[in-house]
Design a protein around this ligand. Structure first.
Ligand code: PGA
Length: 260
């Protein structure tokens, strides 16, 4: 049987509360009218933090089977950290997942490997499921450093005994080459497959084969409905992390339907 599927939309700094709810209403209608979504297809959305509460309320009352995630968290559960999001508060608001290490956080907000690994650990310790993003920049790719960068980013998180000992039910990772994000220049399915396979091998080396077997490894970077199947038909790619195309409910739904 196929591994689980993980189809997630990262809305970044887009959509207010009313637009977010309108999206959920449209998605619910599409899901009701269409084929049943198999249980192994996980759907998730990462809206702006301020919209998690109204979206979670809507999800609870409508029963639409979408997990919500927060785009950024602080390591500490509370304190004098103006502008940051606390994990316990995100959980209380209705978030089940947290993005960690997204390229925009690494490159625009200068989050380094140490901070990313601390955030990952904070998620495990405070009870929210992290989705770790890794990937090389265009310059690193041109210099032939893709594998080195992936290895460095994965091992900075998974060489920690505390992470390995946390016994997560599943590990969520997205391979997102920075040059492919928001550019329309998506990686070839073959390249994405190779990098996802590398991540699985690294996890196996760092935490043993059962860690690798519990991992759902997604590709992200200019995914849309017209190329989503190319990735999902690769044995090594379990899911997709979608930015721009996930803002449109019809397009997001088409991608979900391509996952089964
Ligand atoms: P994109 O973004 O699909 O718009 O390229 C992906 C992401 O940032 O996760």
């Amino acid at each position: 049987m196929r591994r689980e599927r993980f189809i997630a939309g990262n809305w970044k700094m887009n959509k207010g509360a009313s637009e977010s709810l309108e999206f959920l209403r449209k998605l619910s209608v599409l899901l009701e009218q269409g084929e049943d979504i198999p249980d192994n297809v996980n759907m998730a959305l990462f809206p702006q933090a301020v919209n998690i509460i109204p979206m979670a309320d809507h999800i609870r009352s409508s029963g639409v089977n979408v997990l919500l995630g927060i785009q950024n968290i602080h390591c500490k559960p509370s304190g004098a950290f103006t502008g940051e999001n606390s994990i316990p508060c995100a959980i209380e608001a209705g978030a089940k997942l947290a993005l960690v290490g997204h390229s925009e956080r690494r490159h625009i907000f200068r989050e380094d490997d140490l901070l990313v690994s601390n955030k990952y650990l904070a998620c495990l310790e405070q009870g929210i499921e992290p989705l770790l993003c890794v990937g090389e920049t265009e310059e690193e790719r041109n210099r032939g450093l893709t594998k080195d960068v992936i290895e460095r980013q994965v091992s900075s998180v998974f060489s920690s005994d505390r992470v390995i000992m946390a016994e997560q039910e599943r590990i969520l990772i997205a391979y997102e080459p920075v040059w492919a994000i928001g550019t329309g220049m998506n990686a070839t399915a073959g390249d994405a497959r190779e990098c996802c396979a590398l991540i699985r091998d690294l996890l196996s080396g760092l935490g043993g084969p059962s860690l690798a077997a519990r991992s759902l490894i997604s590709y992200g970077g200019s995914v849309k409905s017209s190329n989503s199947e190319d990735y999902l038909e690769q044995e090594e790619i379990d899911g997709l992390l979608i930015g721009g195309a996930s803002l449109d409910p019809d397009e997001f739904y088409r991608i979900i339907c391509n996952a089964f």
